[in-house]
Write a protein that binds this ligand. Structure first.
Ligand code: FAD
Length: 327
């Protein structure tokens, strides 16, 4: 029986990532009588304790070291390795983020433990933890059990809902400073690309454009709708290849995998490689002037029409509804 579940809480721009709160919910799903331990790294780690305890941590390890403010493989490997030797967890959970995708396989290989990546659910069956994860670009879901005594799992953002915050929950807080030595690289500066500011992998709403958007300026109508809805702006590879937008916006098999509550696909045909990145969105709206476009097969709502007419109309209607909501 599992005794300790360690959740690595990831920070971004000084805040906890939502997927870390979802990681605590994943841990609680399978915890039964096990201890759920959160570990948070960096100089302002202490500030995160109240959030972590409200969302399900029994114990919180604060690993405070300036070399952990930004992710580097060597500093995080040393610290996580040390922490795992101290805590001896049975299950380690973190987000399937850029950091998770880099760190989890390195650590699992170093420690000789099993790794289940991109899990969308965790359950207990016959006393064992079962991990559900997509394969074949999301066409099929497989269930996996670990055969190693310790298992590392990364969870897909936006799939396992966070628990309701419980402000009465009190966690034990453990300060756990680490020595980080022989760093081969340190980050001296982060130069960010201009972006919509909304992290696509955690966005609740995404407005996405394809080759049908026709130009860089064509994305302006999408951005207007996205700004109004607090949404992220994504793209198909067709739009990226045509230089209408940056590749950081690409959604699909070779881009980002997203699962928002609402995905609005504008001028996107719906190639299988695009669907691989967005078909698990909760509601899909497709706007395309070709009624035969494959995107309509996965859409919950389809609008056949010119996106340059339809999207501004949608923006106007949403404005009215949202203005009404404020009053
Ligand atoms: P098109 O297929 O050209 O579709 C444009 C659509 O816009 C059409 O359906 C058209 O009817 C519609 N349209 C045109 N004008 C308007 C208008 N004014 N109003 C409304 N609709 C309009 N693709 C991805 O997206 N993500 C990936 O990660 C990805 N990975 C790939 C990996 C590999 C190995 C390969 C081979 C391909 C990959 N692709 C990926 C590319 C994919 O196969 C498609 O080529 C791409 O998704 C097409 O982009 P699109 O739908 O924007 O363009």
């Amino acid at each position: 029986m599992t005794k300790k579940i360690l959740v690595l809480a990831e920070m971004k721009d000084g805040n906890l990532r939502n997927v870390s709160i979802e990681g605590l919910a994943a841990a609680r799903r399978v915890a039964q009588d096990s201890e759920v331990i959160a570990a948070v790294f960096g100089s302002n780690a202490t500030e995160q304790t109240s959030i972590l305890q409200q969302y399900g941590a029994d114990t919180i390890y604060i690993v405070d070291n300036p070399n952990l403010n930004l992710y580097t493989p060597s500093a995080y490997m040393q610290s996580m390795n040390e922490l795992i030797q101290t805590i001896k967890p049975d299950v380690i959970i973190m987000g399937h983020t850029a950091v998770g995708k880099d760190l989890a396989p390195r650590l699992a290989a170093r420690l000789g433990i099993g790794l289940v990546s991109d899990a969308t659910n965790l359950t207990v069956e016959n006393g064992e933890i079962v991990f559900t994860r997509p394969i074949y670009s999301g066409k099929v879901f497989q269930k996996k059990k670990s055969i190693s005594s310790t298992v590392f799992a990364t969870i897909r953002p936006n799939n396992i809902p966070a628990l309701e915050a419980d402000t009465t929950n009190v966690a034990k807080v453990v300060s756990h400073p680490v020595d980080i030595t022989d760093l081969r690289t340190v980050i001296t500066e982060v130069v960010k690309k201009a972006s919509s500011g909304v992290d696509l992998t955690e966005a609740k709403i995404i407005v996405s454009g394809g080759r049908g958007v026709k130009s860089v300026d064509g994305f302006n109508v999408l951005k207007e709708l996205a700004d109004l809805l607090g949404a992220g702006v994504g793209a198909s590879r067709g739009a990226c290849d045509a230089s209408f937008c940056d590749y950081s916006m690409q959604i699909g098999q070779t881009g980002k995998v997203v699962t928002p509550d609402l995905y609005i696909a504008c001028g996107i045909s719906g190639a299988i490689q695009h669907l691989a990145g967005m078909s698990n969105s909760k509601i899909i709206v497709a706007i395309n002037k070709d009624p035969e476009a494959p995107i309509f097969k996965v859409a919950d709502y389809g609008i056949v029409g010119d996106l340059f007419e339809v999207v501004p109309l949608l923006t106007e209607e949403f404005k009215k509804v949202l203005d009404g909501a404020v009053v």
